[in-house]
Design a protein around this ligand. Sequence first.
Ligand SMILES: NC(=O)c1ccc[n+]([C@@H]2O[C@H](COP(=O)([O-])OP(=O)(O)OC[C@H]3O[C@@H](n4cnc5c(N)ncnc54)[C@H](O)[C@@H]3O)[C@@H](O)[C@H]2O)c1
Length: 340
Amino acid sequence: MDKVRLGIIGLGRLGRKHAENISYKIPNAKLTAVCSIVQQELDSVSAEMNPKHVTKNYREILEDKDLDGIVIASSSQQHASMICDAARLGRKNVYTEKPIGMTLQEIREIKTAVEAHSGMKLQVGYNRRFDTSLRRAKQQIDEGFIGKPIQVRMINRDPASMAEFIIKFSPTSGGLVMDMLTHDYDCARWLVGSEAKSVYGLGGVFVYEGLKAVGDIDNCSVLTQFENGVIGQIETSRNCSYGYHVETEVYGSNGCIRVGTTPVKDRVTYMNADGVTVKCVDWFYEYWEPTFLAEMQDFCNCIIEDRQPFVGLEDGFRAVEWACAATDAVKNRKVIQIGT
Ligand SMILES: NC(=O)c1ccc[n+]([C@@H]2O[C@H](COP(=O)([O-])OP(=O)(O)OC[C@H]3O[C@@H](n4cnc5c(N)ncnc54)[C@H](O)[C@@H]3O)[C@@H](O)[C@H]2O)c1
């Protein structure tokens, strides 16, 4: 195979970035087909990247025989039906943005549909797994640097500058836990090598009153106990006043590993009469940019090498299973046992 021909469904905030990576930064990939229900997005990507097939109907992408792989970057609510349709239509290689579905019923249907089509490889967009620092941390944990892992702590704060977008985006996102925390949970689960056993949480609307009307919240903290005993603490916010801030820490019997302690934008330090300052990272894409390229490059390599993706169906399933329990725990302030 000379170039992997990809079709992408969804050209919004993230789909457009995937399209740019495929078109300009992945030498063995070709953006062959695009789909969006927003005409303006189709016009702009078509004019710039010149894909062969342009449509508003996602089924045309799934049925396009010219394609080696499909990238699903539509709104979260659409993923489950698109993944199931792709499986039923016999697509072999599918990348989907997270979360794979929004309910337990949806993820069970996805599991059934994908497993029934045994040749299908499904990659899930938990891009942090492609971060070089987190991978180094994972390797050190596995090699025993911190001894026995005891606690894992994640901080995930979206910038307040995104407020207007968040209030519009929330109704299709699955809510704060489903949308933001599955990244942290997936990362924590991977780092400590265990599945969640139980979950408890607290949260609420602290700043964006508009979220109440759509049943969402803007801040929460979730405690998780893993099967191997590790205690996980995930804290998230949608109104970080200073920018985008992500931190990871795994603490064990012999030491501790921390990734991304202070969210500095670059290596510039500003000095004047007010003192010494640095700028903060503005938003998620800036911080994780290399990981979006790396995961898409790996998707193409999986197709060429006919191997399973690094983040697959089971990971996507576990993250949503946890998020359903965590959402319930935060909403009803009770401890939820997972998988019972
Ligand atoms: N991995 C990450 O860090 C990360 C970051 C942001 C968003 N995401 C995920 O990416 C997905 C998209 O988020 P976004 O911020 O780009 O959203 P967005 O609202 O900007 O874009 C949504 C896109 O989906 C398309 N769409 C919706 N329904 C469709 C349908 N039936 N057929 C075809 N196209 C359809 C729209 O046309 C639009 O192009 C979400 O699932 C979100 O969770 C992941």
